[in-house]
Write a protein that binds this ligand. Structure first.
Ligand code: MLT
Length: 325
């Protein structure tokens, strides 16, 4: 071996030892978790609860940064183009899958621009309205909406958002197109629903529970297969007369593609612990949701879920002919 070759080999070994040591010490500083919707909304609520618990395990803070807009695609794009060093991650929901077909152009490749940390939770939705809505039940609401279809407004968090998806399902189920009002998240949309500036929203229970319980908005149905323990008197949409109207909003944590495996594994282990943290479990229960089981809070389970969901929603969205640029 020439002197040059020996030096080169030695340098490569040292570099790999240094990289290995750096990964073993991960994380050495704060981690940024991008939430692709507004602060105070349902995704933000889930992210803050989980991030707080994961931070304790990781020994470094996970700081939330809200990058809302375009149904979550702006925040996802930010993470896809971030340095793949384990210090930037994304917490996104089902919109990660639906936006792959809904958007004609994305600044990232949904299935190839990310590494996977794991699934977090699956949140039911509730069909809710401003408090002053006259209708007594879901059938009455549908009659009212049909009779006032030119003036009834439906809030959502942009094309690809969970609220957009559920709103589209509602309009399709009642065969009545309505005026939609997009926000950067359903946090600000809720403010307008409380103020009566918008009429209807189908939103995650992580954003609606407190207001339903406080009587500041009206709830007509939940989108889960069974009634929720926190709302035993609230029917499922299927029970209330909308056959097949079931949807759950699954959430996952992603990292930019190429993130060191050791970092991804540490994040995943911290996520698994967070989902068993009694504080997370009880807050999730109060908000009508459950932590994902440990076997789902893994890179393989999130990868499989995203692939299945992109494929599942593609023909549905193409059939509805709904796209955004
Ligand atoms: C949010 O956090 O604002 C929501 O998850 C938006 C949505 O997808 O409806």
């Amino acid at each position: 071996m020439t002197l040059f070759k020996s030096l080169f080999a030695a340098t490569a070994i040292v570099a790999s030892l240094v990289a290995g040591a750096a990964q073993a010490d991960y994380p050495e500083r704060n981690i940024t978790m991008i939430v692709p919707f507004s602060a105070g909304g349902p995704t933000d609520t889930v992210a803050r609860l989980v991030a707080e618990s994961m931070s304790k395990d990781l020994g470094q803070q996970i700081l939330i940064e809200n990058v809302g807009g375009a149904g979550g695609t702006l925040g996802a794009g930010r993470v896809a183009s971030s340095k793949a060093d384990g210090y930037t991650v994304l917490l996104h929901h089902i919109g990660m899958a639906t936006s792959a077909t809904l958007y004609r152009k994305l600044a990232y490749d949904t299935l190839n621009s990310f590494d996977y940390v794991g699934l977090v939770t699956e949140v039911p939705m509730a069909i809710v309205t401003r408090k002053t809505m006259e209708a007594k039940d879901l059938k009455g609401l549908i009659d009212y909406v049909k009779a006032n279809k030119d003036k009834v407004t439906v809030a959502n968090a942009g094309i690809g958002a969970a609220s957009h998806l559920c709103g589209m399902m509602f309009m399709s189920a009642i065969e009545t197109p309505l005026v939609t009002v997009p926000y950067k998240g359903t946090g600000p949309a809720m403010t307008d629903l409380l103020g009566g500036q918008v009429d209807v929203m189908c939103d995650q229970t992580t954003n609606t529970t407190k207001q339903i319980q406080g009587g500041t908005i009206k709830a007509y149905a939940v989108t889960s297969p069974q009634r929720l323990a926190i709302f035993p008197d609230l029917p499922t949409a299927v029970e209330a007369g909308l056959p097949g109207f079931e949807v759950g909003i699954w959430h996952g944590i992603y990292a930019p593609k190429g993130t060191p495996e050791a970092a991804v594994n540490k994040l995943s282990a911290a996520l698994q612990k967070a989902l068993k943290d009694p504080n997370v479990v009880s807050r999730f229960a109060e908000l009508g949701t459950l932590p994902s089981p440990e076997a789902d809070a893994t890179p393989a389970a999130l990868k499989a879920k995203l692939e299945t969901e992109v494929a599942r929603w593609k023909p549905i969205i193409q059939g509805a002919g709904q796209y955004a640029d």
